[in-house]
Design a protein around this ligand. Structure first.
Ligand code: PEP
Ligand code: MN
Length: 280
């Protein structure tokens, strides 16, 4: 299997021999839940926090995210935990505000072919997490990545998050073949999003393990302290309290496949990031 090039999100490596888990809530809902989730996923071994402040929702009547307030909350959570943050940019008018906080900028599935957004992100030095469009081919995903690369920003991470097919038993069809093909066709790191693909909590672990097996360099997973109360994507969120057991399983498979995976750690309060002795 070819080895992808390394892209760092702050000091966290994604790609190469590393296996990196990005985790957090779909959306920032409050300071309390964002911090609680961040501490839980950090303790379990996730190295990067995900959380949306601007949410691209299918319906205008759904929760749209806290916007600028959400970014302020993320700034504080980052200061407390020391975790780098990935958050979505939906609109170029928010570019400066997002860049002020984000260690990596997420381009969501619905914006994969927003070429103005991609070209602008090509002009900056921050990593771009580019999610595959709902009905985009592998070639179209790679062409979208080219818009960022052509601008001079080579820090692109690709994300397979499921595509629309005739199957309705789950939210989207996780295209594992695409993960393997991307590993052949690009040096860029590729991660898998089992949460949006499955759309249901019970599917997140099996899809994660399958993603690892297909050669993904990492995962991006939704976690919530109380999924039943989530304002966005609650059905697919892992409970923060079960995330440690989930990570144990992911870590086991990734290590069998020769990946370097960080172990669980004590929460990095006040700048201390102590990794527990590795039992594996
Ligand atoms: C998300 O990560 O919360 C999200 C909206 O993802 P996608 O763009 O893949 O639907
Ligand atoms: Mn979501």
């Amino acid at each position: 299997m070819t080895v992808s090039t390394l892209v760092h999100i702050a000091d966290v490596p994604v790609g190469g021999e590393h296996f990196t888990t990005i985790a957090g809530p779909c959306a920032v809902e409050s300071h309390e839940m964002a911090l609680e989730t961040a501490l839980a996923v950090q303790a379990a071994g996730a190295r990067v926090l995900r959380a949306g402040a601007f949410k691209p929702r299918s319906s205008p009547h759904s929760f749209q995210g806290l916007g600028l307030l959400g970014l302020e909350i993320l700034r504080d959570v980052k200061a407390v935990t020391g975790m780098p943050v990935v958050t979505e940019l939906t609109d170029l008018r928010h570019l400066d505000a997002v860049l002020d906080v984000a260690d990596a900028v997420q381009v969501g599935a619905r914006n994969m072919q927003n070429y103005a957004l991609l070209a602008e992100l090509g002009r900056i030095g921050v990593p771009v997490l580019l999610k595959r469009g709902l009905a985009a081919t592998v070639s179209e995903l790679l062409s979208a990545a080219d818009y960022v690369l052509e601008g001079g920003n080579e820090r692109v991470i690709l994300c397979e998050r499921g595509i629309r097919t005739y199957e309705t038993a789950y939210r989207f069809t996780l295209d594992l073949g695409a993960v393997a093909v991307l590993r052949e066709r690009t040096h860029l790191p590729v991660i898998v999003d089992p949460s949006h693909a499955g759309g249901r909590r019970a599917l997140v672990l099996p899809l994660s393990l399958a993603g690892v097996g297909a050669g993904a360099d990492g995962l991006i997973v939704e976690v919530h302290p109380e999924p039943a109360l989530a304002l966005c994507d609650g059905e697919q969120a892992l409970e923060a309290s079960e995330f440690g057991a989930y990570m144990d399983q992911v870590r086991g498979v990734a290590r069998v496949l020769g990946r370097r995976v960080p172990g669980p750690s004590l929460p990095a309060i006040a700048g201390y990031d102590i990794e527990l002795a590795d039992a594996a």
